[in-house]
Design a protein around this ligand. Sequence first.
Ligand code: OOG
Ligand code: MG
Length: 255
Amino acid sequence: MTDLAALADQLDEAACTGIATPQLAAAAGVDVDTAYAVQEELVGRRLNRGERLVGLKMGLTSRAKMAQVGVDEIIWGRLTDAMHIDDGGTVRVGEFIHPRAEPEVAFLLDRLPEPGEPVTDFASAVRAVAPAVEIIDSRYRDFTFSLPDVIADNCSAAAYVVGAWQPVPDGLDNLGVLLEVDGRVVQTGSTAAILGDPRRALTEGVRLAGRYGVRMRAGWVFLAGAATAAVPLKPGAHVRAVVESLGTASLKAAP
Ligand code: OOG
Ligand code: MG
């Protein structure tokens, strides 16, 4: 029997102390299903400390991201209120290990189909959309991991900022995406990079999280996954994501 609690403790300690930990999945024989069980335990530690579940994030929904981390399966993780940063707000990077920033599209969820059912009515499933920046911070040394490792580590989730919510536009499948650091463009892409259309990420999220009995709720935030590779987040940096016709989301990195 895999000791889920011990593995969750190992990852929780790395996140709380800001000290990277060795990969654990191979040594402990953790497969994908077990990794999601570790993730649930790990996020459970946060909930026990008073955090609230506020949404879901998808990971590796674009080729750019898959190539950057060398894992090519779509994954999902959990967002809590403690990870949320106000638009234009400050994130303390000293609490993290080796944080990176990436541009995303966020959905404000409304009425979702039963787990396992496809999202056929996107307009009723999603109340609003917004540009977002996700801060990821792998708890593993050198930001390297296998598929079960990254799942267990709650898909590197660390923090996120969402711009002003916008009405759902007719098309979401070909909007230009920029990531800026200190006013300089460091990544460019398109929402088409996210599974051809970020709306597909929601169908995948309902399907994949539903397998583990996780049901998304109205009012939750959903991050569809980064459209480009992530960039290191340095203290002092001002980071901004721009998504064509949706606007911007930004944050400042304090030491
Ligand atoms: C895994 C998380 C991936 C995304 O948007 O693709 C992710 C990682 O890159 O560490 O959040
Ligand atoms: Mg992401």
